[in-house]
Design a protein around this ligand. Sequence first.
Ligand code: PGA
Length: 251
Amino acid sequence: MRTPIIAGNWKMNLTRAQAVALAGGVAEACANIDGVEVVVGPTFVCLDAVIQALEGTRIGVAAQNMHHAASGAFTGEVSAQMLKHLGCRYVLLGHSERRQYFGETDEGVHRKVHAALAQGLAPIVCTGESLAEREADETARKVELQVRAALTGVPADHARTIILAYEPLWAIGTGKTATPEQAQEVHAQIRALLTEMYGEDTAEAMRIQYGGSVKPKNIAELIAQPDIDGALVGGASLKADSFHAIVAASA
Ligand code: PGA
């Protein structure tokens, strides 16, 4: 069985002191919860402090982005190797905000996935359709293109460490969640695609998170779906009590 994974994407929020305080609050609130993998994703400048604050807990830390090269003349960028040495275990790749505002492409995500895996980081690869694409009935096609592009050339033993996140763009930060049925439909399509690419054993082992306005009040019905293996949480991850409620409901 797949262990559910709940990840908080803190986005561009929180000073260092606030991030350390939130990490401490999450660690305390989630201390007695078993059977769920818990991850928080601070900004680059808070990673070190949050990793230290969470030492000795089971909570993992994710970076929100990275560059595909190991080092070099890429002003303003951070490599997988740097994240790994800092103590990160996960990295968000291809979040829709990066695709929308920072020119992230499927090809770029593909290169980052390979670079992250080479360093032993677990990529959380984000996919999802816009409202216009959903209305044009292009959801399945769009998500398939994104997943195929990200995973091209990734062998099955590495694919198992990848976490996919299905996040319909129209549900991110809008308060509009996909219904459990809408989410499950796409998750099942992704699982079928993974089965085609890697066979059933690997596809059944891979986790697929749902993201987009996940809150304490809607997590139970989402996580109850057979192919929803966790959540990528934005807004509700910025308070220890709401994040804890989401984690607790997934255990
Ligand atoms: P949200 O963000 O929970 O605030 O909708 C989700 C995400 O962008 O990962």
